[in-house]
Design a protein around this ligand. Structure first.
Ligand SMILES: NC(=O)c1ccc[n+]([C@@H]2O[C@H](COP(=O)([O-])OP(=O)(O)OC[C@H]3O[C@@H](n4cnc5c(N)ncnc54)[C@H](OP(=O)(O)O)[C@@H]3O)[C@@H](O)[C@H]2O)c1
Ligand SMILES: C[C@@H]1O[C@H](OP(=O)(O)OP(=O)(O)OC[C@H]2O[C@@H](n3cnc4c(=O)[nH]c(N)nc43)[C@H](O)[C@@H]2O)[C@@H](O)[C@H](O)[C@@H]1O
Length: 307
């Protein structure tokens, strides 16, 4: 396959290109410096020229709860503009297949957990990431509409739960929970501190999948494109409390100190667990345990610090 991968240098993109299934495929993955996805004309020209068999849209402005709260304008407009430019360029060039990456933030804050695909757009969104979620919903819907108008174009959306893994972002300004906790606990241990702060009560729940598993699912999606529903949740089907993640990282890093709660920090959704019924019927499940995923991510973090 000749694949146009956006976001090829990001966490999802790198896990996708590093997967064993990537061997033998022609993956075109320009960086943002080579192709700015905010530039509609450049994206159109590029797709027309390259004529890929499939587009995998894994670029975006992505970050944890605080980054989303700090910069809702950029999270909305950049994700909307990139998505629109990529999807419309694919349609204009007649690219028959497109795999779009959504996010579990697309679900209403009060939708019943586990979050089923048909509950998108049935209620108000979580305010801490509303801008990002709005953009994600619009691009997923754009993909639906295109398929309705032209059934020969199969544009599908995967809706992953929270992710972590190799090539994650560890800078506290942008990081999601798991890389943030790895960085905090490693720093505390290295400095001989016996206390680490947890944002919030530690009681809210999250479902974190290893990005290598998502990459495996994406490759299966490309190999079985005809069987993909319009929206497909990609998750583990189980979640843990924030405190559980702190304990899991502490075990791997070897930190024996205590945790204190910073209740001034935001908590976001109380729970965000995706319904995996459709995923199971489709025939895929994640295989990396939390311990193994955190150990591999911590190894990656340590290599980055030595470099
Ligand atoms: N991380 C998660 O927890 C999570 C969970 C659910 C869904 N997702 C979805 O998965 C996808 C990938 O996320 P990720 O975690 O891999 O993000 P990431 O690591 O932040 O990577 C984002 C990528 O987008 C590219 N990009 C940003 N602005 C661009 C622009 N103007 N032009 C071209 N490329 C641009 C960046 O390219 P350069 O590096 O070349 O600048 C980067 O490679 C996103 O759609 C995200 O919403 C992520
Ligand atoms: C998948 C992502 O979900 C994101 O929501 P969301 O799960 O709350 O994003 P995260 O930042 O991964 O997780 C936030 C949850 O972890 C708690 N938490 C505890 N300690 C920390 C810490 O040190 N750093 C961080 N970041 N959180 C921490 C935080 O209170 C909140 O309940 C969206 O904002 C994004 O748009 C994205 O879609």
């Amino acid at each position: 396959m000749r694949i146009f991968l956006t976001g090829g240098r990001g966490m999802v993109g790198r896990n996708f290109t590093e997967h064993a299934a990537a061997v033998g495929h022609d993956i075109l993955a320009p960086t943002s410096a080579e192709l700015d996805l905010l530039d509609a004309r450049a994206v159109n020209d590029w797709v027309q020229q390259q004529q890929p068999d499939v587009v995998v849209h894994a670029a975006g402005r992505v970050g944890g709860i605080q980054a989303n709260m700090r910069d809702p304008v950029a999270f909305l407009t950049e994700n909307l503009d990139m998505g629109r430019n990529v999807v419309l360029a694919a349609r204009r060039a007649g690219v028959p297949r497109l795999l779009n990456l959504g996010s579990s933030c697309m679900y209403p804050r009060n939708a019943p957990n586990p979050l089923a695909e048909q509950t998108v757009l049935t209620g108000e969104l979580e305010p801490t990431n509303e801008g990002y979620a709005l953009a994600k919903i619009m691009i997923a819907r754009l993909c639906d509409y295109i398929g309705r108008e032209n059934p020969s174009l199969q544009y599908r959306t995967l809706i992953p739960c929270n992710l972590y893994g190799r090539h994650d972002k560890f800078d506290p300004k942008h990081s999601h929970l798991v890389p943030a906790v790895i960085h905090k606990i490693h720093e505390a241990k290295s400095a001989g501190r016996d206390e680490v702060d947890i944002w919030g009560s530690g009681k809210v729940r999250r479902e974190f999948m290893y990005a290598g598993d998502l990459a495996d699912c994406m490759w299966r999606a490309l190999d079985h494109f005809d069987t993909l529903p319009l929206y497909l949740n990609v998750g583990l089907g189980s979640d843990l409390s924030i405190l559980d993640y702190y304990h899991a990282v502490a075990r791997i890093v070897g930190f024996e100190g205590k945790f204190v709660h910073d209740l001034t920090k935001p908590e976001g959704m109380a729970q965000k667990l995706v319904d995996t019924t459709r995923l199971q019927t489709w025939g895929w499940r994640a295989t990396t345990s939390l311990e193994s995923g955190i150990a591999q991510t911590y190894q990656f973090y340590l290599e980055g610090r030595q470099a």
